[in-house]
Design a protein around this ligand. Structure first.
Ligand code: ADP
Ligand code: MG
Length: 387
């Protein structure tokens, strides 16, 4: 979405120029799924798709919100009346950020916000975090709060967890706030230690495709919460703070210890996914640092199988993308994001982009699924001020 367009729309809506315009991207997660709420590792990179917000301060305790992408007029909220747990629409994301900032003691006295986003909503590409982070960064700049990126991400996560009521981890907000162009972000979600890993597939003759199945998921829905609760149960039974604390080398012993308390195997499947997924992230980091991007293909495949069979968050559309792409010559593929729909990523040789894309489209048509949206993902910049 063009900066000038958003600026002009703000001026038309609110009758004055904005004080600035900010941008925050959606993300794709290369590897490390459902690990972030287990204190584990993730490896997202930013998409060129962004939420762009024009913002001006107010000093009268009023928050006005408008999205170019949602039907309806300007929402007007009183800051003192912001409270978690209401019956929320999209405004809960930006309003939740303002609530979280004020609750943490930051002197935000109001704002006018107009935003527009090119991040597809509900596609597993983190349109919600883009929305939160763009507002948080704008207010951080305008109110001169001086908060570091990681802390803005924490406040945005709090907005989503507590105000919106979606029990998501810290990956999405940190990715949107902290990613760098040309890099994937290796993030330890326990302490938010970060390492930017150069990720230039084109230089190695490779491409990463994102296939949005158009199947909409809802993270605030119960399945996500159930997985999360199951992971917490596993950690409690094993006597650790989080599943991240189960070393990969001890996985077999840990699974044996869980057996008596886990008659149907549900907790053991969840634990096995999380522990092996953390190990896969470390393997991908090592391969990329060694300059061997081709070799991550099989690791992506393993990750998908684990999400499908152990964590059980895939769906027929995601499985069809992965299976078809692989048969058509892809080097590896996996669902990305929380699951139950959303998007898959596919690693291909540059020459195979067209045949793999066509094979997936054909398979979707044959299965009578809604046509998928396929695009190439190139690691883009994290959130920043445009003007
Ligand atoms: P994801 O983050 O994977 O896209 P979520 O369910 O976490 O999916 O967030 C999607 C929600 O974010 C939408 O239902 C909507 O409330 C909000 N949202 C996303 N983009 C916009 C937008 N451009 N304008 C208004 N609200 C948006
Ligand atoms: Mg989201």
């Amino acid at each position: 979405m063009g900066e000038q367009q958003v600026r002009a729309a703000f001026t038309e809506l609110y009758g004055a120029e904005p004080e600035g315009v900010w941008s925050a991207p959606g993300r794709v997660n290369l590897i490390g799924e459902h690990t972030d709420y287990n204190d584990g590792f993730v490896m997202p990179f930013a998409l060129p798709h962004t939420a762009v917000a024009a913002v001006a301060r107010r000093d009268d305790g009023v928050l006005r919100l408008h999205s170019a992408d949602v039907e309806g007029g300007v929402a007007e909220l009183a800051l003192d009346a912001l409270a978690p747990g209401g019956d929320h629409d999209w405004t809960a994301y930006p309003a939740g950020v303002v609530w979280a900032l004020r609750e943490a003691g930051h002197p935000v006295t109001g704002a006018d916000v107009h935003l527009a986003s090119t991040v597809p909503a509900g596609a597993g590409l983190s349109s919600s975090a883009a929305l939160e982070v763009v507002v948080a960064l704008a207010l951080n700049d305008l109110y001169e709060l001086g908060l570091p990126r990681w802390q803005l991400a924490r406040l945005c996560q709090r907005a989503e967890n507590v105000y919106v009521g979606a029990p998501t981890g810290i990956m999405d907000q940190t990715a949107s706030a902290c990613c760098e162009a040309g890099h994937a972000l290796f993030l330890d979600t326990r302490d938010l230690t970060q390492k930017q890993i150069p990720f230039d597939l084109a230089a190695e003759g490779l491409r990463l495709l994102v296939v949005d199945t158009q199947v909409k998921h809802a993270h605030s829905g119960g399945e996500y919460g159930k997985r999360r609760a199951g992971c917490e149960k596993g950690a409690a039974l094993l006597g650790v703070d989080a599943l991240r604390d189960v070393p990969y080398a001890d996985l077999g012993a840990a699974l044996e210890r869980l057996a008596p308390d886990d008659p149907d195997g549900e907790v053991r499947r969840l634990v096995r996914h999380v522990v092996t997924e953390d190990e896969r992230v470390e393997r991908v980091v090592a391969l990329l640092e060694a300059g061997d991007a081709r070799a991550i293909g099989p690791v992506l495949d393993e990750g998908h199988a684990s999400l499908r069979d152990d964590f059980r968050v895939s769906c027929p559309e995601l499985d069809l993308v992965v299976d078809t792409a692989r048969t058509a010559g892809a080097l590896g593929a996996r669902m990305t994001g929380g699951g139950f729909g959303g998007s898959a990523i596919v690693l291909v040789e540059t020459a195979d982009v067209a045949p793999v894309t066509q094979a997936v489209e054909k398979a979707f048509a044959a299965a009578d699924f809604t046509a998928p949206r396929v695009f190439e993902a190139v690691p883009a910049a994290g959130a920043h001020r445009l003007t």
